[in-house]
Structure formats: C-alpha cells, structure tokens
Write a new protein. Structure first.
Length: 411
C-alpha cells in the first residue's frame, strides 16, 4: 500500500456565537467572531500544503441551524478549494449538527461524502487501499453504544473508524454515544478518528484512538492551542501523529502570583512578565485572557474594592505588549496579610470543608436551579457561554477561603 497522509479534525462549530465576550469588549469580539472561519481556512490551507489524501471532520461542523446562507456558502467555498486540489472530504454529523435540521440547502461539494445517519457506512478508497467506517447522527441526545455496530476491519486494508462519542465520559461534555475503549479496539482498525471532546487527547497509542480537540476555542475553558491532527501512514500502519495549531485566536487563563507585592508598579511588572511569553507563543494571534491573581499581598483590599479599575489597568499593561491582547476577565484570588493578633484559620482545613459541601448532590442541584432561574430571566446578550456550576463554585471557593484564611470578613 502506498504511503499517504490525512488530516483529522472535529468540532469546528462554524460561526459559533461569542455573546459573553461581546458584552465585555467589542473589539475582541469582532476578532474572535471571525476566528472559526479563519481557523477552518487554516485547516484547508494545511490540507493542501501537506498534500493530504483526505480530510476527516468527526462531527459538529456547524453549531446548529444557519441564520442565513453565509455559513453554508463559506463552507462550500472552502470545500471547493480542497476539491480543486484533489483532496476528498469525509464528514459525520454530531450532536450540534443535529440540534436542528439545517433548513437552508445548498448543492454539496463534489468531493464531500457525509456518512449515513441510519447505519454505519463503509467507504472505500481503493487507490490507496483505505476503508473508512463511520456514522452520522440525527439526534442531539444519543444514549446508545454505537461502537458495537461497526464492522470488523477489512483484512489487508487500512481501516479508519469515525465516531462522535464521549467514550466513558469527559468533564464538561454531555454523555453522547458512550462506549468503552475496548469496544473500539476489538474492531481491529488501524485508526479511530473521534469527535465531541474539545481537549486534544490521544486515548490509545497503538492503534491510535484520538480526539483532535476543537479547531478553535470559543471561551476561556477552551484555552491554549487548538487545531487538528496530521496522520502519516506507511505500510498499513500509522507512523506519525502531529498535533497542528490551526486556531486563529486563543484563550488563555494565566495565573500571576503577586505574593508579597504591595504597590501597583510591581503588580504591573509581574503581570507583564507572565504575559510576555504567552503573547510570543500566540505568534500574532488575538489573545483573550482570563487573568487570575493569587498570593498574600497588601494590594488585596484595593484589588477587591477597585476590581473594575484594576481590570482596566491590566488591560493597559497587556495593550502595551500587543494590540491584540484583551483581558476577558480578572479574577482576584489574593489574600491580605494577616493582621497582628489575628488567628488565621488553616487554609487546608477550609478548602477541605468547602470541597465536602460543594460535592453534595443536593447542594449542586439547588445551585443549578438558581442558575437556571437567572439564565431564564437575564438578557440573552448578558449570558456567558462558559458559566457553569463548577466555574461558579471554584471562584466562590477562592474568594471565601482566601478571606476566611486571613481572618477577613466574607460579607
């Protein structure tokens, strides 16, 4: 069998909205709103430059129905570039693709093959002796194990399985088409192209079972480099996996330790020192920061009281380093110095107590009810896409524990 390369991507979420970022910074929102399209163009550019045989998108190309034809037209144009380069495109529908039927139709590109929603479909590429096995989904919620429906590997061919699945579950992701790793391995395939989980993960090395992660981060919990996986095949076996950074913008959540600092110039210097290498690693990409300050500092009271002012100050520090860096949120998790004669509570004991309370199902259920009520009443544009129970609890814990540990009132 001749050697070849292919690209494995997933969770494109083309034209996914970024409402939370828009409410805080219009300039950042404009840059990040265009990022999903730019990242997809980067993916197509790479497929052509690396002379890949084909591109796999393992679910969630879209984020739901198109608001107009522009989303579909963009995809058709990019797929057309692949077609003119002789690169085939294979696509499965995932849970976000199935949120609602795409109500507007366009003629599909000639190089596109979308796997059936009714059953596992096997597609052959006889010129390179490859067979791809995959299935699309028509429903947002798929509780059944679909891995058992995949056929056994075809002897003598390079077999690829394509599945949008949460496997045994991953934090921050709904259970979807769940299965065990052994369910995949018993097929005998040489590669499993997974989707649904937005963090890159090589679940199994030989044969590779891979989540490439999403192509473009959409909020602060999807931080760091994002992209796709380039797979090299020789003699019917994978010889190399290369994680490619193809995102057009990045989210990062840096932690700045300001322990012992007592004045604002020192704070600015500490933040600048942390941001400088981050900005360099982004290679000119727009960067949204969820900046967290930690440590025992005489600045604590001023940081808490003047949160908005300090956010703007640190935005100015970031802007001096790059005009494409935005402070999306400032988290103050510092502690004041212990006052003379104050018996500070053991921090470890406080954190253990809070962890026990926060793990109680009835507590989380009650909080979830309150959060749902707030979401129902709040204006849509004010909602952050990344706010969830774990985020709220983590921020509350940091604030309360830091104050109690130093004897400060949490009121």
């Amino acid at each position: 069998m001749p050697g070849f390369r292919f690209l494995h991507a997933a969770d494109i979420h083309l034209d996914s909205p970024l409402r939370g970022l828009r409410t805080r910074n219009e300039d950042a929102a404009r840059l990040f709103q265009a990022a999903s399209r730019k990242a997809f163009s980067n993916l197509v550019d790479t497929a052509i430059e690396r002379q890949t045989a084909f591109l796999i998108i393992a679910g969630d190309l879209y984020d739901g129905d198109w608001k107009d034809y522009a989303t579909g037209q963009f995809f058709v144009r990019e797929a057309g570039r692949l077609a003119r380069a002789g690169i085939k495109l294979f696509l499965t529908r995932g849970n976000h693709d199935a949120v609602s039927e795409i109500s507007r139709k366009l003629p599909p590109p000639e190089n596109l093959r979308q796997f059936s929603e009714r059953e596992v479909e096997s597609i052959e590429l006889p010129e390179i002796e490859v067979v791809l096995h995959g299935r699309s989904f028509a429903n947002r919620h798929v509780p059944d194990n679909m891995a058992n429906e995949f056929p056994a590997a075809r002897p003598g061919w390079f077999n690829i399985g394509i599945l949008h699945s949460s496997l045994t579950g991953r934090e921050g992701h709904d259970v979807y088409a769940p299965c065990q790793l052994d369910d995949l391995l018993r097929s005998g395939y040489q590669y499993w192209a997974l989707g649904h989980v937005h963090a890159r993960e090589v679940v199994h090395a030989d044969p590779p079972v891979v989540f490439p992660g999403n192509l473009q981060g959409r909020h602060a919990r999807e931080s760091g480099p994002k992209g796709a996986t380039l797979v090299t095949v020789e003699n019917n076996a994978v010889t190399n996996l290369e994680a490619l950074e193809l995102c057009a913008a990045r989210f990062e959540c840096p932690i700045v330790d300001i322990d012992g600092l007592s004045d604002e110039p020192a704070l600015h210097d500490a933040v600048s020192a942390v941001l400088t290498p981050l900005i360099g690693a982004c290679a000119g990409r727009p960067l949204a920061l969820r900046l967290k300050l930690t440590g025992t500092t005489g600045l604590h009271a001023r940081l808490v009281a003047g949160h908005e002012t300090f956010t703007e100050e640190l935005q100015a520090v970031a802007s001096a380093l790059s005009d494409q860096v935005f402070v999306e949120k400032l988290i103050v998790a510092t502690r004041p110095p212990a006052a003379a004669g104050t018996l500070a509570l053991p921090r470890a004991d406080l954190e253990e107590a809070f962890a026990a309370v926060m793990a109680r199902p009835e507590f989380r259920q009650d909080l979830a009810g309150h959060l749902a009520l707030i979401r129902a009443k709040a204006p849509r544009e004010a909602l952050e896409g990344d706010v969830d129970i774990d985020t709220i609890l983590a921020e509350a814990r940091d604030l309360i524990v830091s104050r109690l540990a130093s004897g400060e009132s949490a009121a």
